[in-house]
Design a protein around this ligand. Structure first.
Ligand SMILES: Nc1ncnc2c1ncn2[C@@H]1O[C@H](COP(=O)(O)OP(=O)(O)O)[C@@H](O)[C@H]1O
Ligand SMILES: [Mg+2]
Length: 318
């Protein structure tokens, strides 16, 4: 099988922590061919055929984790599967990349489905299941956001719709004299949306990342914030802790799973704080390396199995 991985620059990836590298190693271990490219090299040739500049990779187990061939012009339909694993932000460049990926001709599989990557903002997607989300308000208006804080009893979390890794997240209380400044910056003077949400104190015991593969919860890890941080993300120093799913979390997964499967999201990460769903990560979720360490399971196998199944199905012309 031939794989193309669309990635951030290879030298920026951490070989021991990066989920994309786990996928690449798993596929290479099965004897598959691995190429990689960066998102800015994507373009359209004549007849709207998506193309890129890719390098073939040889993967190694050492810190010096890859050897790359010379860059070559390639068409994306030369591959069995194209993995869109560029990290957020979901910006204009990412938006156009999803349109280019829409044009990749079958039977080449694009993971995750570019239409859903474009349609489902990670923060707003969760609100399709709002019965499982904490009380939430999305607004550009500082007055509305402040009124919502009062509705919640004087405390809330605000976050930008396009943030990731905890960027731009604030916990604001009524006493905070910086609140208005934070809202001015967060809404860029009331020109951009900010999401405000009930502050969930359970976050102190952890923000759970649940890995969903083909819509099924196959692993989870708890991210526990340091005592100097409001944010539990690994990027913000959150510690990985072994965990299991509660009844309530299984219910949330049961609600979200079918939609992930139907919309071509082979690999997703749900974020759950206490009993509440806060985010559905689909662009480039992470967490499987921590789960491997804590639980001794290799979720990359399930992901590559799922991709192989989908590729076989598409090749059979069904
Ligand atoms: N409603 C909330 N209550 C308490 N803490 C929250 C809430 N929402 C987010 N956080 C904190 O911010 C972090 C990042 O939030 P999240 O919504 O998952 O955005 P990101 O895309 O940045 O990961 C979480 O790990 C948590 O520590
Ligand atoms: Mg998150």
């Amino acid at each position: 099988m031939r794989h193309l991985f669309i990635l951030d620059p290879l030298d920026r990836l951490l070989p021991d922590a990066d989920t994309s590298i786990a996928f690449m190693r798993e596929a290479a271990g099965r004897g598959h061919h691995i190429d990689s490219c960066e998102m800015p090299s994507l373009g359209l040739g004549t007849e709207a055929r998506p193309r890129c500049t890719a390098r073939s990779l040889e993967l190694r187990r050492s810190a010096d984790w890859y050897r790359a061939d010379e860059p070559m012009a390639r068409f994306l339909d030369e591959y069995d599967v194209v993995w869109m694993r560029k990290d957020p932000p979901f910006d204009q460049a990412y938006f156009y990349a999803t349109h280019i990926l829409d044009l990749v001709a079958p039977p080449t599989l694009v993971v995750n489905d570019p239409r859903t990557l474009r349609d489902a903002n990670e923060k707003l997607f969760a609100l399709r299941f709002h019965e499982y989300c904490p009380p939430t308000c999305v607004s550009k208006s500082i007055a509305e956001l402040l009124a919502f804080r009062e509705e919640l009893g004087g405390e809330m979390v605000v976050k930008p719709l396009d943030g990731a890794g905890g960027s731009g997240v604030f916990h604001i209380t009524r006493e905070d004299r910086n609140a208005v400044t934070i809202l001015e910056l967060g809404t860029r003077q009331e020109t951009e949306y900010l999401m405000a949400q009930r502050y969930l104190p359970e976050v102190r015991t952890g923000d759970k990342r649940i890995i969903m593969i083909e819509g099924e919860p196959l692993g989870a890890v708890l991210r526990v914030p340091t005592d100097k941080e409001a944010r539990a993300n690994f990027h913000a120093g959150g510690a990985a802790q072994k965990t299991e799913l509660t009844e309530r979390e299984r219910e949330i997964c049961g609600a979200v799973g079918p939609i992930l499967r139907e919309t071509g999201i082979i690999f997703a990460g749900l974020d759950v704080i206490g009993d509440w769903l806060t985010e559905i990560n689909i662009t480039s979720p992470t967490g499987i390396r921590e789960i491997a360490e804590l639980d001794g399971i290799a979720l990359e196998r399930d992901v590559v199995d799922a991709v192989e199944r989908r590729v076989a199905f598409r090749r059979s012309g069904s």
